[in-house]
Design a protein around this ligand. Structure first.
Ligand code: FAD
Length: 499
C-alpha cells in the first residue's frame, strides 16, 4: 500500500511538496480553493491574453541554479519555456527626483562592474559588499542544495544584522546605499528589521541570473501537478478546506466547503499559518502558539496593473524596470496616500516568438492595507462603488506616471485591469493582502522562526511564512517539509546523485 498525503493549498509550496512526495512513492491529494491551481503561479485570462498574478521575475533557473536543478530532478525542466534576462542589463533603476538612471549588469562580475562604473570612488567597498552577500549566502547550505550538516550551523554576526546597517557598513555614499536596496520590495524589506541574510539570498539569487516565463507562470504549476498525478495522486481545484479535524493530536481528516472529507497518513498545510489556525479544530494549538502567530507582523501588500497593450505600439523591454521617486527606499510602504505611489516596478512579459513589440505590461506598487481597510468587510464581486472609484483613481495615477515614461501611453493600451490588497487577501487568503507572508525580524528571531513540525503528529507546515518566500524560498522549504516525512537530506541527496 502506498503512503498517502493530503496537502491543503495548491500554490507553489503545496505543489512542490506534493511533487517531492510523489517522486518518493506517496499518493498525494492537493486541495486548492481557487478554480485554477497555482497560487502565486496562477495566471488569469482576459480577452485572449493571460496575466501572471504572483510570479514575474525568477532566480535560480540558470544552468546549475537551484530551480534548474530541482526542476531537472522532478523531470519537468524540459516542459518550461523560460527566457533568461541578458547580463548586459538585468534591471534598470530610475530615480525621479535626481533624474539618475542605473542599468545594472547581471552575473557577479557584470553586477559589480556596472556599480563600480557609476560609483568609481566606492569600487573597493562595492567589491567587499558583493563578497559579503555571497559569503552570507554560503552560510545557508540549502540555498546551494547542499546537505544539512549534523550539527547546527553557527552564523556570522552579519547574518542577522539589520539589512540597512549591513549595507551601510560597506558603502558610504547615501545614494549607493539606497541603490543597493532597490530589490527590497521583492522581499518586503524593512529598515532596522529585515535580517541581512534575506537581502543577501535574494540579491545573489537574481544577480546569478534572472529569468521570466515565456507565456506565463501557469506552466510550472501544471507541470508540478502532472508529477503528482503521474505518481497516482490528484490535484483538485475549487475545493476550499474549511475544517482540519484533529483528535488526540492526530488529524483524522479534512473537510472541504462542498462537504467532501479527505483522509491520509500525513497532512500538510501550505496556506498561511493564520488560515490553518482558522480552520483547525479549536483547542488543538496552545493559546501561546496562537497568540504568537497572531502577533507576527506580515509583509506589506501591493496594488498592481495588468495592461493589455495594442499591437506594435510599445517596444518590448527585456529586463525589469524600477521607477523610484527619491532615494528613500525603506519608507516606500509608509508613504502618505497623497504621494502614492512612492515607486513601482514594471515589466513586459515575453510571449512565445516574442517580437519587437510588447503585448502586455505588469506594474506593481507597494501598498499598505490601511489604504483599503474601510472596505475590508467586502468580498470579490461585492465591493462598493466607492471602492471601484478609489481603484480607478489609483489606476489613473499609475497611468499618469507611465505617460511620463512613455508619452501617449494610454493610447497604446487596449484594457487595463487592477488588483488591490483586498484582491490579494481574498485570492490567496493571506492576512491584509500580505505579498510575502510573515515578516522576518532580526530583533526577535524566535518570533518568526516557525518549524515545519507541529504538535499535531501527522500535520506539517510549508509555504512562504515558514521560511523564505518566492520562487526559490518556497521550493526550498518544500524540501524541508518533504524531508521531515522522508528523512533528513533524502531529497537533497537524490538531487545531487541524479545530477
Ligand atoms: C503581486 C505579487 C507579485 C509577486 N512577484 C513575485 C516574483 O516576481 N518572484 C517571486 O519569486 N515571488 C513573487 N511573489 C511572491 C510569491 O508569489 C509567493 O512567495 C508565493 O506564491 C508563495 O507561495 P505559497 O505556496 O506559500 O503560497 P501561495 O502560492 O499563495 O499558495 C497558497 C495556496 O493556498 C490556497 N488556499 C488558501 N487557503 C485555502 C484553503 N482554506 N483551502 C484550500 N486552498 C487554500 C490559495 O488559494 C493558494 O493557491 C509575488 C507575490 C505577489 C502577491
Amino acid at each position: 500500500m502506498k503512503q498517502t498525503a493530503v496537502i491543503i493549498g495548491g500554490g507553489i509550496g503545496g505543489l512542490f511538496t506534493g511533487a517531492f512526495l510523489a517522486k518518493n512513492g506517496y499518493s498525494v491529494t492537493v486541495l486548492e480553493k481557487n478554480s485554477i491551481i497555482g497560487g502565486g503561479l496562477q495566471c488569469f485570462h482576459r480577452k485572449g491574453k493571460s496575466f501572471e498574478t504572483g510570479m514575474h521575475i525568477m532566480g535560480g533557473f540558470g544552468e546549475g541554479g537551484t530551480l534548474h536543478r530541482i526542476c531537472s530532478y522532478l523531470g519537468i525542466l524540459h516542459r518550461l519555456d523560460i527566457q533568461h534576462i541578458p547580463d548586459s542589463c538585468m534591471d534598470e533603476v530610475y530615480y525621479r527626483d535626481t533624474d539618475e538612471r542605473y542599468r545594472l549588469g547581471g552575473g557577479r562580475e557584470g553586477f559589480t562592474k556596472s556599480l563600480c562604473s557609476y560609483f568609481p570612488q566606492e569600487s573597493d567597498n562595492i567589491r567587499r559588499y558583493i563578497d559579503a552577500i555571497y559569503r552570507l549566502s554560503h552560510e545557508v547550505p540549502l540555498f546551494r542544495l547542499l546537505p544539512e550538516p549534523d550539527s547546527s550551523t553557527v552564523h556570522s554576526d552579519e547574518f542577522f544584522m539589520p539589512v540597512d546597517e549591513f549595507i551601510a557598513s560597506y558603502v558610504t555614499d547615501r545614494r549607493l546605499r539606497d541603490l543597493l536596496a532597490y530589490l527590497s520590495p521583492l522581499y518586503g524589506g524593512h529598515k532596522g528589521e529585515t535580517p541581512a541574510y534575506i537581502h543577501a539570498l535574494i540579491n545573489v539569487l537574481y544577480i546569478n541570473g534572472s529569468s521570466r516565463f515565456i507565456g506565463g507562470s501557469q506552466q510550472l504549476a501544471d507541470a508540478l501537478a502532472e508529477v503528482i498525478t503521474d505518481g497516482g495522486g490528484r490535484v483538485i481545484s475549487g475545493r476550499e478546506v474549511t475544517a482540519i479535524n484533529v483528535e488526540k493530536q492526530m488529524v483524522t481528516g479534512v473537510v472541504t466547503a462542498d462537504g467532501h472529507t479527505y483522509t491520509a497518513d500525513r497532512y500538510i498545510s501550505s496556506v498561511h499559518p493564520l488560515e490553518m489556525l482558522r480552520i483547525v479544530t479549536p483547542g488543538t494549538f496552545l493559546k501561546a502558539f496562537r497568540n504568537r502567530m497572531a502577533e507576527i507582523p506580515n509583509s506589506y501588500s501591493a496594488f498592481s496593473l495588468y495592461i493589455d497593450l495594442r499591437p506594435g505600439c510599445l517596444p518590448y523591454i527585456d529586463h525589469t524596470c524600477y521607477e523610484i521617486n527619491s532615494h528613500d527606499i525603506w519608507n516606500q510602504h509608509t508613504t502618505d496616500p497623497s504621494d502614492w505611489p512612492a515607486g513601482f516596478m514594471y515589466m513586459t512579459p515575453p510571449e512565445p516568438g516574442q517580437g519587437e513589440y510588447a503585448s502586455r505590461m505588469l506594474v506593481h506598487c507597494i501598498m499598505n492595507f490601511n489604504d483599503v481597510r474601510r472596505w475590508q468587510d467586502t468580498t470579490p464581486g461585492h465591493r462598493t462603488p466607492e471602492y471601484e472609484a478609489w481603484k480607478q483613481e489609483k489606476t489613473e495615477r499609475v497611468l499618469d506616471r507611465l505617460e511620463r515614461i512613455f508619452p501617449g501611453f494610454r493610447s497604446m493600451t487596449n484594457s487595463v485591469y487592477a488588483s488591490s490588497p483586498l484582491t490579494i487577501r481574498d485570492y490567496y487568503h493571506t492576512p491584509e493582502g500580505s505579498i510575502f507572508g510573515f515578516r522576518k525580524n532580526c530583533n526577535n528571531l524566535m518570533l518568526t522562526q516557525i518549524p515545519v513540525y507541529t504538535r499535531v503528529k501527522n500535520l506539517l507546515l510549508t509555504g512562504q511564512s515558514i521560511n523564505l518566500h518566492g520562487i526559490c524560498g518556497v521550493p526550498l522549504t518544500a524540501i524541508n517539509t518533504a524531508e521531515a516525512i522522508l528523512g533528513k537530506n533524502r531529497i537533497i541527496n537524490q538531487i545531487n546523485e541524479i545530477l
